[in-house]
Design a protein around this ligand. Sequence first.
Ligand SMILES: Cc1cc2nc3c(=O)[nH]c(=O)nc-3n(C[C@H](O)[C@H](O)[C@H](O)COP(=O)(O)O)c2cc1C
Length: 217
Amino acid sequence: MKKIFSFLITGMITLSLSACGTGYSKTTFKTTEQNDPATTKIPSEPRSSSNESTNTQSAKETSLIVYFSWSGNTELVAQEIQTQTGADIFEIVPAVPYSDDYNTVVDLAQKEQKENARPEIENTIKNLDQYDTVYVGYPNWWGDMPMILYTFFDTYDLSNKTILPFCTSGGSGLSNTISEISSLEPNATVVNGLHIEDSHLNTIADNVKTWLAEKEE
Ligand SMILES: Cc1cc2nc3c(=O)[nH]c(=O)nc-3n(C[C@H](O)[C@H](O)[C@H](O)COP(=O)(O)O)c2cc1C
């Protein structure tokens, strides 16, 4: 089931988060066709993209894609990264599912941010040690990562790993999420993040390709 989310541009509506410094208004985003979060697959642990034995570990088996996606955009990027890298993939699943209703989620996300909440994650990564590189994907929520990403970084120690952040948004870009991740994981190497706007999802493959090539340089 597909769902259309309309973000009407009304400019002066009162819901702007300017008081919080994000510049985000829940009325300023464009129409985007997005996946229904209720239909998103929920792996309990990373799905290996390979049939090869883990005894003969190849480069791709040392990479893991971790992502959270409410309406499917970030998931599309995660899947494209998997297609291009062969990395394993793990979806962060909230223990308490977010509502399918856009306004409800927008309000709850704002509340969670104000309260510095740590929403519980339903599933766990059991074999994080085997990965050197961790791609971490999230939507921009109110000018920041969703608070469940903070739960993720609190839960897992990514010291000595390389983190490649990727983010989708309605126009805010990565905001300060890269420096935030760097301070949450001070002993990791955090490389330049990939950002894709939710109105440019048709460029995912090219953007991922360019980003991965830059990382190799
Ligand atoms: C709760 C909520 C807050 C959002 N806050 C912002 C924001 O501050 N800036 C922005 O550019 N887009 C914002 N958006 C739009 C999303 O970042 C964008 O549509 C993203 O691609 C959604 O990713 P997903 O489909 O993986 O959930 C917000 C969307 C939601 C649901």
